[in-house]
Design a protein around this ligand. Structure first.
Ligand SMILES: Nc1ncnc2c1ncn2[C@@H]1O[C@H](COP(=O)(O)OP(=O)(O)O)[C@@H](O)[C@H]1O
Ligand SMILES: [Mg+2]
Length: 330
């Protein structure tokens, strides 16, 4: 089957952990590995192609996939995405078809493979991915802060004067960027997005993205987590052609999560999940190219705890129960 609907971002460096290939027992149909997910084609014909997304425990920092996995991180990402897909179904349909290994073709993998898939898989409708990163910002951070300091606006959107780093914006803003195969994605204005996908799609995507962000930020804030910004991916379903929400949704990997308890505008904020890794990496004699250093056990344990805390606070469900029963419930 053609894989041209998928944007290829295969590892270029043999020291990238992804170069070793996926670890799913006996599974066929492997297509490629993103930084975090392994993608499999599970057939169904070109028209109604189904895609298996398996979230691994890989962690990337400073654009490098590190050699040390964070146990169950992929399950946190899949569990949170499942939660958000359910919470946002009224805003936009999504790609999720199934989450049980038993939803897969009978001979897809063996018992060990199924155990590995539990909690980390999403069986999905295949989409033609829109060629833009759908980013919404509720706070001034990262490249938005850099942009604001230089121009007083973010991605061409005029903002009030005098905002400090990490300040909350008067209203969330939609700031799309390109998807670059190599190097950093480039922020683009809304007009540039219109050039890429056309006016009606760009308008619809902006409306949906802002509604998704508002819903997510509200739910997370109740749990004491601020969603500073987040990236969605949308695509057109290959079966019906409708616009759908794909990939992962409002996870610590696709969003800047801040702990509301520590929030203090006027400086950069700690990231809720990856801060121990970032701080430790900054102390290493490492030039941020492949291969990244192996992480010490205490950094792994600390990071794992933080990912799980994000899951439990946002979903109000127990992660040990998710692991055992594959349900998101308290
Ligand atoms: N329903 C879908 N149809 C086609 N492609 C998808 C779908 N959902 C997610 N993807 C793609 O699968 C990949 C997910 O793997 P990931 O490791 O997150 O990649 P990346 O390194 O690009 O972040 C992304 O390239 C994403 O665009
Ligand atoms: Mg991704």
């Amino acid at each position: 089957m053609s894989t041209e609907t998928i944007n290829p971002r295969d590892p270029q460096d043999p020291r990238d952990p992804r170069a070793k290939g996926h670890t799913l027992q006996g599974a066929g149909g492997f297509m490629r590995s993103g930084k975090v997910r392994d993608l499999f084609d599970v057939g169904g014909g070109a028209a109604d192609g189904r895609l298996l997304l398996v979230a691994s425990d890989r962690l990337s920092a400073f654009d490098v996939v590190l050699p040390t996995p964070i146990p169950d991180k992929g399950r946190v990402l899949t569990g949170l995405s499942r939660f958000w897909f359910a919470e946002t179904r009224d805003i936009i349909p999504n790609h999720l078809l199934g989450t049980s290994p038993n939803d897969l073709p009978k001979d897809f993998t063996d018992a060990a493979g199924k155990a590995e898939l539990k909690g980390r898989m999403m069986l999905c409708r295949k989409a033609k991915v829109l060629p833009v990163e759908v980013i919404v910002r509720g706070y001034v951070a990262g490249s938005g802060w850099k942009d604001y300091k230089r121009t007083g606006s973010i991605c061409g959107i005029e903002l009030p004067a005098g905002l400090r780093e990490s300040d909350r914006l008067p209203e969330p803003i939609f700031t799309p960027s390109t998807k670059e195969e190599v190097g950093h994605d480039q922020n683009i204005g809304f007009d540039a997005m219109v050039e890429l996908v056309g006016g009606p799609v760009a308008e619809k995507v902006r409306e949906v993205a802002l509604a998704l962000y508002r819903r997510g930020a509200e739910v997370a804030e109740r749990a004491g987590i601020l969603v500073a910004d987040t990236k969605f991916e949308l695509g057109t379903a290959v079966d019906t052609g409708e616009l759908i929400l794909i990939d992962e949704v409002m996870t610590p990997d696709s969003s800047r999560f801040w702990d509301a308890a520590d929030y203090e505008p006027g400086r950069a904020q700690d990231s809720f999940d990856k801060q121990p890794v970032r701080d430790w990496l900054e102390r290493q004699p490492w030039d941020k190219t492949y291969p990244g250093p192996e992480l010490p056990a205490e950094i792994v344990a600390d990071t794992r705890r933080r990912y799980i805390a994000a899951f439990e606070r946002i979903t109000e469900a127990r992660f040990d129960r998710y692991l055992q029963e594959d349900v998101i419930a308290s």
